[in-house]
Design a protein around this ligand. Structure first.
Ligand SMILES: [Zn+2]
Length: 249
């Protein structure tokens, strides 16, 4: 089943933005569920996100089998995406990264919690998945469906899960939302570490997180996306999501 050129270009743009904003480096990836087939997802061939072109985007079954590889090598950790799409019908985009400021929170007992309004989308409970718990000593990579399903179970119905000694996953209803949340997750982690050096932190309350998310509109994602497109040297394509366009700030 073919995919529209605009959907492929949108995924390329997401890769370039995540690279430009320091959320991914040579590693890390972002996928979308196939727009016309919920049993497939779209993900680049194994390549650094900064370098990805539309021709690199491949289709996979939710079990991680490439539909038409055409000689292209797949990411060894592609299973992460399919397992989350299987477990979460509401999810249409997934980011996996090794976002540098987030890593410390996966390897210590300090919980990653929202310190500012723009970062509220991580929610108030960010779980940490430890591959060692069920799989013992590994190279930490999620290279099969069994590990990926275990990670998806740890994520549950939440938007973010940390991966001990490795990175994190961000799941959401749209590509622009997960890119937004991935960028602001990295920022929150950096700010939380800085604030912690100064003294005890006042985090957003559960009620404040709820209020921020209840009033966030697609305008917020669009303003960020246009800005990040400019920084990444990519064309901006206005795509309002469902709901009113008011409410941004
Ligand atoms: Zn990884």
């Amino acid at each position: 089943m073919t995919v529209s050129p605009s959907a492929l270009e949108e995924l390329v743009t997401a890769n370039r933005i995540l690279a430009r904003e320091g959320v991914v480096d040579s590693f890390g990836h972002v996928s979308i569920r196939h727009p016309d087939d919920a049993g497939r997802y779209l993900l680049s061939r194994a390549r650094a996100p900064e370098c990805i072109e539309a021709d690199d985007v491949m289709q996979f079954t939710l079990e991680g089998a490439p539909i038409d590889a055409g000689g292209r090598k797949s990411y060894s950790e592609r299973f992460i995406h399919g397992a989350i799409y299987q477990a979460r019908p509401d999810v249409h985009a997934v980011v996996h990264n090794h976002s540098p400021s987030v890593i410390p929170f996966g390897i210590t007992s300090t919980a990653l919690r929202p310190v500012m309004h723009m970062c509220a989308s991580m929610g108030t409970q960010v779980p940490t998945w430890d591959s060692r718990t069920n799989f013992g000593d590994t190279n930490l990579l999620v290279t099969n469906m069994e590990m990926a399903r275990d990670l998806a179970a740890a994520l549950g119905d939440r938007p973010v899960a940390l991966m001990r000694g490795h990175g994190c996953v961000i799941a959401g209803t749209s590509l622009r939302e997960v890119v937004f949340n991935a960028v602001y997750l990295e920022l929150n982690a950096e700010l939380q570490m800085k604030a912690n050096a100064l003294g005890p932190i006042t985090f957003l309350s559960d009620g404040e997180v709820e209020a921020v998310l209840a009033t966030r509109r697609s305008f917020t994602f669009e303003r960020a996306w246009e800005y990040w497109c400019r920084r990444a040297g990519r064309p901006y394509d206005f795509r309002p999501m469902e709901g009113p366009l008011a409410g941004g700030h």
